[in-house]
Design a protein around this ligand. Structure first.
Ligand code: MN
Length: 209
């Protein structure tokens, strides 16, 4: 998606069935989240760029200068992008721990996998209002845990800490309210069971490769 000209981006497929992440993420939440929220970001993004110079830009280049675009482009473009990564770092074969290079680099950066989980969970739990928690590779190749408000991405020039995201967690209420109501920490705790570390490891290799 990042290497595609904006007007040529297709709405991405959900890589599994709505009920694939049960019981941690319920089928009704997945269906609404993908078919209503994610689809609305896609549709509104395409509407916002239509007839402007933004529609002919490569998406990754647009993100690097998103501060020059209207709020509708920033918010909906981020929503389109962020959910695509989110769906793909989860699967019904998730849980456990990372292996290989990613495991070693997490241990070096955070002390241990458990300490990484604490840092990431804290970023997700303390993000005020709506937003995202991220594991990114920064410009120096270091792993960092960050969070962004709304639909901002670490790939955007507006992000406080910029980098390439390899793992993300959606902490908008629409991501968990049906099953967990106001209990965001319960949602975060359950979510580790669906994180697909094979995918996150591949994302890491692509940045570091
Ligand atoms: Mn969402």
């Amino acid at each position: 998606m990042l290497n595609t000209v904006v007007k040529d981006i297709k709405f991405p497929e959900l890589p599994y069935a709505f009920n694939a992440l049960e019981p941690y993420i319920d089928a009704q939440t997945m269906e609404i989240h993908y078919t209503k929220h994610h689809k609305a970001y896609y549709d509104k993004f395409q509407a916002a760029v239509k007839g402007t110079g933004f529609e002919n830009m490569v998406f990754g280049d647009l993100l690097k200068q998103i501060s020059k675009s209207p709020a509708g482009v920033r918010n909906n473009g981020g929503g389109l992008l962020n959910h695509d990564l989110f769906w793909n770092v989860m699967s019904n074969d998730g849980g456990g721990e990372p292996t290989g290079d990613l495991a070693n680099t997490i241990n070096n950066a955070f002390g241990s996998f458990e300490k990484f989980k604490e840092a990431f969970g804290s970023a997700a739990a303390t993000r005020f209002g709506s937003g995202w928690a991220w594991l990114i590779v920064d410009g120096s190749g270091n792993l960092k845990v960050t969070s962004t408000p709304n639909q901002d991405s670490p790939l955007m020039d507006v992000a406080e800490q910029r980098g390439t995201p390899i793992l993300c967690l959606d902490v908008w209420e629409h991501a968990y309210y049906l099953k967990y109501q106001n209990r965001r920490p319960d949602y975060i705790g359950a979510w580790w069971n669906v994180v697909d570390w094979k995918v996150v490891g591949r994302n890491f290799s692509k940045v570091n490769g």
